[in-house]
Design a protein around this ligand. Structure first.
Ligand SMILES: Cc1ncc(COP(=O)(O)O)c(C=O)c1O
Length: 480
């Protein structure tokens, strides 16, 4: 029996519309959804009292962990003072402070200007518009194309969707915004050039040469920007080789193209430092961020723009301004949440913690699963990790089973871990716990992943081994 009331059950069946979710699975009155009602640190509880480790930080979002009263108190104080300030007309105090803080942290330099949005898609949307408008102002009205990478996810609004490299998400909504072009993704495990493994930077530079070839083919005078993630989520924590990123930066400089680093997931300690591009020694022209900017306590995103680019929109002439805006962009309570959140990340050195815990978890995952026949690779950067699943470890043959990811997600959840089994590219288990995860929770997380992968092996008939879960702090796991 579900603990929802009959009218809540009815509303779920008829009125609720989750995102990227087949609501048909919840539309019978007997459906038993997991309704999360409480969180503390890295753990969440559902309405029936079952406890889970949150192995995905909500959706790569709750970096500072759940139950942070510093953040909720800052939001309440701001809402009590003034609930709303129009970003079309007035700066709010938290907006001023947050813009200064982001400019100080971002790899776009201290004179960056910060365009605040409500989330990631509209941060990407703003970045693309700024890039195109900037090129036009420099006298390059023909520069309207944007290069992105195949299989990358950059959001769902029409501009962001158009540069999206996930075909199944992009298709079905055409006509899309014209001008998006896609290059192959440097994907070390399944490298197109060496077959996989890439001993050094040779393949990375060959992938960068693909970008160069596309620029030449299209004509540099038609290209406004290149957008990419330092560590790409879609496909499972695929780390961009720094040599590739540096070469792409050089190509952008040589051809007057803007480099947009989409750090909607990578930002705010997820991969170690404040931003992924910084960690790789590259300075982009625009950084897009959202999610952990507030650790999920409020919706907020930003396009952080290098000062020399933003200057093109700043003058005494009204006609020079950027013709773009969002009613809730930079909402004062969201900015207050972000400031309190950034203070926590800084004071508790959670970026550094992400680095050390990420290294530890990757090591432990390799120790537990390194020779499992269905595990191709454990990879990632900081607490942004993935386990790629294969049919055969030796041949790297893909595991292309219908509905396997749903089954695997359920296996993980039954064992007390919420995380994502995803097969937008190859099947992967994605892991990105809150940066406050304890050593015991990390061990528990690894043990559950290992146990679920062994269950997968048994299902596929490849691995009969059982793994005992460590008897850590009790996690009240759903019975079935
Ligand atoms: C890299 C990247 N860019 C953009 C987005 C879109 O962000 P939002 O869902 O907040 O619109 C996402 C969302 O997951 C993302 O991962």
């Amino acid at each position: 029996m579900s603990s929802l009331t009959t009218s809540q059950q009815q509303a779920l069946a008829e009125n609720v519309w989750l995102h990227f979710f087949q609501m048909g699975h919840l539309s019978s009155l007997g459906a038993r959804p997991t309704v999360l009602v409480r969180g503390a640190g890295s753990r969440v509880w559902d309405q029936e009292g079952n406890e889970y480790l949150d192995g995905l930080s909500g959706l790569f979002t709750v970096n500072a962990g759940y139950g942070r009263h510093e953040i909720t108190a800052a939001m309440a104080a701001q809402l009590d003072a003034i609930a709303y300030v129009s970003p079309f007309s007035f700066p709010s105090l938290p907006m001023i402070e947050l813009s200064a803080k982001l400019a100080a942290l971002a790899p776009t330099g201290p004179r960056s200007r910060v365009f605040l949005t409500t989330g990631g898609s509209d941060a990407v949307e703003a970045a693309l518009k700024i890039a195109k408008a900037y090129q036009r102002r420099r006298g390059f009205a023909e520069r309207t194309k944007v290069i992105a990478r195949r299989s990358a996810y950059h959001g769902t609004s029409m501009g962001a969707l158009s540069v999206n490299g996930v075909t199944s998400i992009r298709n079905g909504f055409g006509p899309l915004v014209p001008g998006a072009r896609h290059v192959p993704l440097p994907y070390r495990y399944r490298c197109d050039f060496c077959g996989g493994g890439c001993a050094d930077d040779t393949c990375a530079l060959r992938y960068a040469a693909e970008v160069e070839r596309l620029i030449e083919f299209e004509g540099p005078e038609t290209i406004a920007a290149i957008i990419l993630e330092p560590v790409q989520n879609s496909g499972g924590a695929i780390v961009t080789p720094p040599a590739y990123l540096r070469r792409v930066r050089e190509l952008c400089d040589a051809h007057g193209i803007l480099l947009i680093s989409d750090e909607v997931i990578c930002g705010f300690g997820r991969v170690g430092g404040w931003f992924g591009a910084q960690e790789m020694g590259v300075s982009p022209d625009i950084v897009t961020c959202a999610k952990a900017l507030t650790s999920g306590y409020a919706p907020l995103g930003a396009a952080i723009v290098r000062g020399t680019i933003a200057d093109a929109f700043v003058s005494e002439r009204d006609a020079d301004k950027l013709m773009h805006g969002i009613t809730f962009g930079g909402h004062p309570a969201a900015c207050a949440a972000a400031l309190a959140n950034l203070q926590i990340l800084e004071q508790e050195a959670l970026g550094e913690r992400s680095r050390t815990m990420g290294d530890y978890m990757q090591r432990e995952l390799r120790a537990a699963l390194g020779d499992h026949p269905n595990v191709g690779e454990v990879r990632g950067m900081g607490l942004f990790m993935a386990v790629e699943l294969v049919r055969d470890r030796g041949t790297r043959e893909s595991l292309a089973e219908e509905r396997l990811m749903g089954w695997l997600s359920e296996q993980l959840k039954r064992r007390g871990l919420i995380c994502r089994a995803d097969d937008r590219l190859e099947p992967v288990i994605q892991l990105a716990p809150p940066l406050v995860i304890t050593r015991e929770e990390a061990d528990r997380c690894v043990a559950i992943v290992a146990d679920a992968v062994h269950a997968l092996g048994r299902k596929l008939g490849t691995a009969p081994v059982m793994v005992a879960l460590p008897a850590a702090e009790p996690l009240a796991v759903a019975a079935d």
